[in-house]
Ligand binder design. Structure first.
Ligand SMILES: NC(=O)C1=CN([C@@H]2O[C@H](COP(=O)(O)OP(=O)(O)OC[C@H]3O[C@@H](n4cnc5c(N)ncnc54)[C@H](O)[C@@H]3O)[C@@H](O)[C@H]2O)C=CC1
Ligand SMILES: O=C(O)C1=N[C@H](C(=O)O)C[C@H](O)C1
Length: 249
């Protein structure tokens, strides 16, 4: 756990009754962190409306909610001088701008995916794309049937990395139907929602009579919670600014 000795006095968990909120609470208990749970659906937690009255120096807020809730929590934390770890995905442009504004006040660390394996995948994809110019690229993400946003934040991070490695922007083609052959400059983006799948991401590169497939599969949400808490422990005490998960791994 990088920075554990400098870690927060308390972890503020928003969306505490959510899939990730519950994982974060369990991980905080395992690591011995004091916790403040924030939820609108748990009488044992505080409501977001009361958050400003409860934040204290030494807190770090960890947010895995939904954009419409997240931005309020982030603003409240920033106004209170509390660092923020953001795992929530699915923001629009205005939401992205709000996060950047908060990072002018406090340290903000944001990642679409806190699994360390995804950070390795992102690096491998960049290397593969650079090594295989002209190969067709397809990105597929698969998640549980309750996921609202599509494509996943992780898939968007992968796509941004592909563009960066190529030095140009591919046209993101979300599925195909009817007479619809592949055109130059496209990257296929495919989204699947089924069962309780925790998160799978596949990048396929095809050309020159060969296919390279790079895949990551999260087998538990605990992997995301562990990475987010590593980030919270690392972020405590840092200067204001916008940080990324790769800054600490
Ligand atoms: N960065 C990462 O490593 C990961 C990111 N995520 C992202 O985290 C977010 C949450 O995912 P899940 O925990 O599966 O969702 P969830 O639906 O299980 O939990 C969302 C939580 O937010 C709360 N919430 C939603 N709208 C609210 C509102 N308007 N006001 C107050 N609270 C509100 C809900 O009560 C719930 O506790 C999603 O954006 C997902 O993509 C999920 C897993 C890993
Ligand atoms: O909603 C989820 O579950 C996940 N969302 C994140 C994303 O949108 O990339 C990360 C992870 O894949 C799980």
């Amino acid at each position: 756990m990088p920075g554990a000795e400098l870690g927060p006095d308390r972890v503020v968990v928003t969306g505490a009754t959510g899939r990730m909120g519950e994982e974060l609470l369990a991980a905080c208990e395992e690591r011995g962190h004091d916790v403040l749970a924030v939820s609108e659906s748990d009488d044992d937690a505080i409501s977001g409306a009361d958050l400003a009255d409860h934040l204290e120096p030494g807190d770090v807020l960890v947010d895995f909610t939904l954009p419409e809730a997240s931005l309020g929590y982030v603003e409240t934390a920033a106004d209170a001088g509390v660092p923020v770890v953001i795992g929530t995905t699915g923001y629009d442009g205005a939401g992205e701008a709000s996060i950047e504004e908060a990072a002018e006040q406090v340290p903000v660390l944001r990642a679409s995916n806190f699994a360390r394996g995804i950070q390795a995948l992102l690096g491998a994809v960049r290397e593969a794309v650079a090594a295989l110019p002209g190969y067709d690229v397809e990105v597929t993400e698969t998640h549980h049937n309750g996921k609202r946003d599509a494509p996943s934040g992780t898939a968007l991070s992968i796509l941004d990395g592909i563009d960066d490695a190529r030095g140009d922007e591919l046209d993101r083609k979300y599925g195909r139907e009817g007479v619809d052959p592949r055109e130059d400059g496209e990257v296929g983006v495919h989204v699947r929602r089924a069962g309780g799948i925790k998160g799978e991401h596949e990048v396929l590169l095809a050309g020159n009579e060969e296919v390279l497939t790079l895949t990551h599969r999260a087998e538990s949400r605990g992997v995301f919670a562990a990475g987010a808490l590593d980030a919270a422990e690392w972020l405590a005490g840092r200067e204001a600014g916008l940080y990324a998960f790769e800054d600490l791994i």
